[in-house]
Ligand binder design. Structure first.
Ligand code: MIC
Ligand code: SF4
Length: 642
């Protein structure tokens, strides 16, 4: 039987397990990346492992999330990360050098290699044929130490592309279309492989827009073949030697095939507050827009920016709209300037922001009260923009410009003819903002610098056989990690200070939760389906751990979050019978019985003391996961093996 591209890469990196769907496989990791909002914790975890030097082929730390520096906190974290990198063999991408996924694609991505990153959009690397996964910081720390990465062997989906995109219809619209078809849960447990003759019409940055947003499908990852287009991209980056061809076998077997004819697609838009709430732009024509943001790891490539600049050339943004443009990298930014395209953006009245995540994670540029914001980003979860009642829509750069010019949601095809975009043959390569680590010899004498904002990792505890705890919070379906542990300008600077962060845990859903959880001492959280979707932030597990959360009982979990819960020693269980969810009331006292034998047999009984009823819960843990849960998380488990 033939293999898919992903299966070929997994096979070449397999360390443990059989490649049977649903079984645990451990794979060797060639590259890692971190960003600063998750990186501080990841490097603190790496340091506790006592390993001198990273054991990967390439590890890179990016500073791109926390760049506001409204106090000493971010600057301290940056300094800490920079010093850790120098000492332990990690490349350090300075603040201003760009968004991790954009820079990694440009400068480090290699087809056929494996990559894990402490950021859920690491699958962006799939655009260049990498098998790239988002993971919690602890998993990234283990990989930096040379440990394998464990995943449940995924199903294989193929999206078969035919035809070619029409003018004003873009890779972003392809992403939104697949979200419309599959929903935010539709990719769970699957790797999405993009193939078919339509693939050759898409450039690497366009492919990367699509693999980037595969994260919003809940997919394990997404990947494109590596072909002539990939080779040209690598040559243009001065890295032609990194090219390898990658394709699936003709007789590769897929669990599901979805056909998309690119020529039939129209501009699409995701409405508040979910990336799968997708309709055609033409259906929303006439909705007033207050703000437009172009950028983020989804749409900040040179191609995206050149399109924006060409459409803005000689025009003026509507008086009622505030527009921001954040180029994805220093390379994109300098090339925009050199090509004269930046001045078209500035002259039209856009506010140019630095090369960073910025408004995407609520670091400034929040919309006005109930303001309508059209963003080229990948997530529009409630409150994420920093404005609680902000109405965020996700669109392509073309649709964003159409709204900026007219003040209303507008089908970009009404803008007239799409200007011809001349892509340069080579990219301007200047890696002077990527600092190399010290040599092994020099590293010995280097000190790691810690600021006062870095607080110790929360204590984890061995799993009790009987857990009596209060149901302190009952939430519904599709709870995101932005609900569990919000980000934004006021909170993000404290990513290395779990006690401080704990005041904000779940406050998007219930402002009284942190206090109630503390008072209860031990808590159980009950959730609906797809609990923990969205980001990879392990803080969405570490902060509940700090607040005494012992278990989460849900209808189903998102992949990275469930791994983070287990890494933190919090027990994730699902309902055997989903209708039992309705029987539980917030405030009841629950008892998980015979937990030690239950997690091995796959069934745990939960007594609801307020009704006297027993509810059956299930789990399907690997031996390694059972080990982690019993010991109190991954760090203690790893120590127990020594
Ligand atoms: C996001 O887009 O939600 C983030 C911020 O990049 C997160 C990481 C984080 O919370 O630090 C992600 O996607 O994993
Ligand atoms: Fe940054 Fe937004 Fe991309 Fe997350 S999704 S890495 S916050 S740009």
């Amino acid at each position: 039987m033939g293999l898919t591209i992903a299966q070929k890469i997994i096979k070449a990196h397999l360390v443990e397990g059989n490649m049977v769907v649903g079984e645990d496989v451990a794979i060797k990791i060639d590259q890692t990346l971190t960003q600063d909002a998750t990186g501080t914790m990841a490097y603190l975890e790496f340091e506790t492992m006592g390993i001198d030097r990273v054991r990967t082929e390439r590890s890179v730390a990016y500073i791109d999330h926390n760049t506001l520096q409204s106090g000493f906190e971010n600057a301290d974290d940056h300094r800490y990360i920079q010093s850790v990198c120098k000492k332990h063999g990690i490349y350090f991408s300075r603040p201003g050098n760009g968004i991790c996924h954009q820079v990694h694609l440009e400068r480090f991505g290699i087809p056929g290699k494996t990559l894990i990153g402490s950021d859920s959009h690491t699958p962006t690397g799939g655009g260049i044929g990498m098998l790239a996964f988002g993971a919690g910081g602890l998993d990234v720390a283990v990989a930096m130490g040379g440990g394998a990465y464990h995943i449940t062997m995924p199903k294989m989906y193929k999206v078969n592309l035919t035809g070619r995109l029409n003018p004003f219809v873009t890779a972003k619209d392809v992403s939104l279309e697949i979200l419309r078809i599959l929903s935010v849960k539709g990719g769970v447990g699957a790797i999405i492989e993009w193939g078919g003759e339509g693939v050759s019409t898409l450039s690497v940055p366009e492919r990367a827009t699509i693999t980037n947003m595969g994260t919003e499908l809940g997919a394990t990852t997404s990947i494109f073949p590596s072909d002539e287009i990939t080779r040209e991209f690598l040559i243009a980056q001065g890295r032609g030697e990194d090219y390898v061809e990658l394709s699936s076998d003709i007789d590769a077997v897929y669990d599901r095939i979805i056909d998309i004819d690119l020529s039939t697609l129209e501009p699409m838009i995701a409405c508040p507050h979910s990336p799968d709430n997708v309709v055609k732009v033409s259906e929303l024509r006439g909705v007033k827009v207050d703000q437009v943001c172009v950028g983020s790891c989804t749409n900040s490539s040179l191609l995206d920016m050149l399109k924006v600049s060409a459409l803005l050339r000689g025009k003026k943004i509507d008086d009622s709209v505030s527009m921001s443009v954040s180029p994805g990298s220093k390379q994109v930014f300098t090339m925009l300037a050199d090509m004269g395209a930046l001045s078209d953006i500035i002259s039209a009245g856009a506010r140019v922001l630095e090369c960073a995540c910025g408004p995407c994670i609520g670091m400034g540029f929040s919309p006005s009260s109930a303001g309508v914001s059209l963003r080229t980003f990948n997530r529009n979860f409630e409150g994420r923009s920093g404005t609680r009642d902000g109405q965020v829509y996700l669109v392509s750069p073309e649709t964003a410009v159409a709204a900026a010019l007219t003040g209303y949601i507008t089908d970009p095809r009404l803008l007239g003819d799409m200007p011809e975009i001349e892509m340069p043959e080579t990219f301007k390569v200047n890696d002077n903002a990527i600092l190399e680590p010290a040599s092994i010899e020099d590293a010995k004498d280097l000190e790691v610098v810690r600021g006062p904002n870095i607080k110790p990792f929360p204590e984890t505890y061995p799993l009790l056989d009987e857990i009596e705890a209060t149901l302190t919070l009952k939430v519904g379906d599709n709870i995101t990690t932005d609900h569990i542990m919000p980000a934004g300008a006021k909170i993000l600077p404290y990513r290395s200070n779990i006690p401080h962060l704990s005041q904000f845990c779940f406050t998007v859903c219930d402002t009284t939760f942190p206090l109630r959880a503390k008072e209860a001492g031990k808590s159980i959280i009950v959730g609906g389906s797809n609990y923990g979707q969205g980001s990879s932030r392990e803080h969405a597990a570490l902060v509940p751990l700090y607040l005494g959360v012992k278990a989460v009982v849900a209808k189903s979990f998102a992949r990275i979050h469930v791994a983070n819960l287990i890494n933190a020693g919090i027990l994730p269980l699902t309902f055997k019978n989903e209708s039992d969810y309705d029987k539980l009331t917030q405030g009841s006292v629950l008892v998980l019985e015979n937990v030690h034998s239950g997690i091995k047999s796959g069934e745990v009984t939960m007594l609801d003391k307020s009704t006297g009823e027993r509810i059956l819960l299930k789990c399907d843990f690997t031996d390694r996961q059972i080990g982690m849960l019993l010991e109190g998380g991954l760090l203690k488990y790893t120590a127990s093996l020594r």
